[in-house]
Design a protein around this ligand. Structure first.
Ligand code: FMN
Length: 167
């Protein structure tokens, strides 16, 4: 089964899990890059990126080298921003139609995942959504290894479900 891990990460947490999943199940990996990405720190990080998330902005993306729709199973990975996905996913969902694709979603957050799963469910209602997994700041967490282990187990579970999925 052709599998892709498609993710965005601002500070490395989602990237850690994305790499762990890709390595574990032997998937390709694509990181979404907004054309203009400013790296704010401290308070401004929340102000500007939070505004972009709340306004549901659709930032221009750097070209994606892979043919996303050629994959059978796609893992989407995002940090939670203001209770939802990072704005690059707004662009992705506008440009690509994932109808019929097997999808698994993971997200990294600081303790308040908000309504991200509900939003994914709504956005991907025509896809075959296999499952979700949330991680709490895995890069900075004392439970980093535990969270990586959970990512590996969840990834295999998603592959198993995808293999059985006949929708
Ligand atoms: C603009 C912004 C908004 C955020 N909003 C939330 C939120 O609503 N809930 C939450 O639990 N964490 C929130 N966070 C924290 C991140 O989701 C969390 O630190 C995540 O692990 C970062 O992933 P990354 O390192 O891949 O960027 C926010 C962070 C930023 C920068």
């Amino acid at each position: 089964m052709k599998t892709l891990v498609l993710f965005y990460s601002y500070e490395g947490n989602t990237e850690l899990i994305a790499s762990e999943i890709a390595k574990t199940i032997g998937a390709d990996q694509v990181r979404l890059h907004p054309r203009e990405e400013k790296h704010y720190t401290g308070f401004m990080k929340y102000v500007w990126n939070g505004k972009s998330a709340v306004m549901r902005e659709k930032p221009e993306l750097e070209p994606i080298e892979k043919d996303l729709l050629s994959y059978d199973l796609i893992f989407f990975g995002t940090p939670v921003w203001a209770g939802s996905w990072a704005p690059v996913f707004n662009t992705l969902f506008e440009r690509w139609n994932f109808t019929g694709k097997k999808i698994a979603c993971f997200y990294c957050h600081a303790g308040g995942p908000g309504s991200i799963e509900k939003r994914f469910r709504r956005e991907l209602s025509t896809a075959s959504l296999l499952g979700f997994c949330g991680f709490v700041d895995p890069l900075w967490s004392k439970k980093r290894e535990e969270q990586k282990q959970r990512a590996r187990e969840w990834a295999w579970e998603m592959v198993r479900l995808a293999t059985q999925d006949k929708r």
